[in-house]
Design a protein around this ligand. Sequence first.
Ligand code: PMP
Length: 411
Amino acid sequence: MSEQHELTGSRRDIWWDTYSDRADNLRESEVRSLFSVVSRPEVVSLAGGMPNIKDLPLDRLAASASELIAKHGMQALQYGAGRGWDPLREQICEIMSLEGIKADYENVVITTGSQQAVDLMTQIFVNPGDVILCEAPSYLGSLGIFGAYQAEVVHVEMDHEGLLPDELEDTIKRVRSQGGNIKFLYTIPNFHNPAGVTQSMERRQAIVDICRRERILILEDNPYGLLGFHGQTMPALQSLNPEGVVYLGSFSKMFAPGFRIGWALAPHAIRDKLIMANESVVLSPSMMGQMMIHTYLRDFDWLGQVTTYRSMYHERAKAMLDSLEQYLPACEWTVPDGGFYTWVKLPAGLDAKDMLPRAVTEMVAYVSGTAFYANERGRDHLRLSYCFPPPEEIREGVRRLSRVVNKEIEL
Ligand code: PMP
């Protein structure tokens, strides 16, 4: 038990010696600790990954919610099944077919956001000390879960086409030769958070082949898959090996995160475990949320909305990439084809974590690369999000960031 708990927060914590070892591994995320600062209106935040839902038809959604309660309130306001509501599970199969997935709705488990699906997967597979392979870098929200379950995260290098198959093979060998017990590979194949890159088709096949051969389960996390700037979609890893992949999807980015509805598609036996775990944690996912989303998919032009999102994010990505070119030529960055993020490499010697307070003084915020590793790596990188601020604010944010970077270079 660390002394950290005693010191946590502004008040003394008299229960500091009572927490579980698991709670000891719960850390405030670097993004959350920035929240109070970056929500000040004068700060341009290129930090958060909040979807921009400004174009949703709120009046029509309000009417739809009202009608849902008036007509089906007894069901919408009641508990439901732990596996999720069947009509929505069926619609989810249609959505996944856009990525080449042929799914039986019985294998879909609806969760409270895909975040909870990552948690359930970790709960049912990971004992303390087990190894989870993750890209280098990886999504900070999942790293937080893996840490809380006391997993050992081992990062695997990637490049502009995603995870490197050779590195994956070498890492598997190395971990196993050291006695490590690999439970799954966690990967974000499309519009990676934070790296902004997408796995090529060749890479997908190679990764699936290696994992099949080495008998390693893949956890494919795909909340951004439909947000390709040109409407392009890639075949899911799940479609290449349905028995070897658990696929996670979410309505957070293609519709709205407030319903907190995501899902897992899993092989039969894993699906049963996921349902039991889901029931034990939340009893059932929100019926109101599921029924609202069902109605939205049925009655609204949801794919049209996705197209609107794509072009909005594309415009913002262009604003960010153009201003990086203009203001920060000393840096390197990835060029995303969709999603919310670009991953920026600072000039040699600069430290993104140390620089952050100075950036906030200049009224711009980002997330230090260190948030996306389970070890102390990442100081040479930062994640910039272009999803939320309008293009002119993005430009201003990058201009402010360039002032900070240039001052650091001069130091
Ligand atoms: N995975 C990734 C890669 C994400 O970026 C996010 C949200 N930022 C999630 C999972 C969680 O999404 P949700 O719980 O809203 O479905």
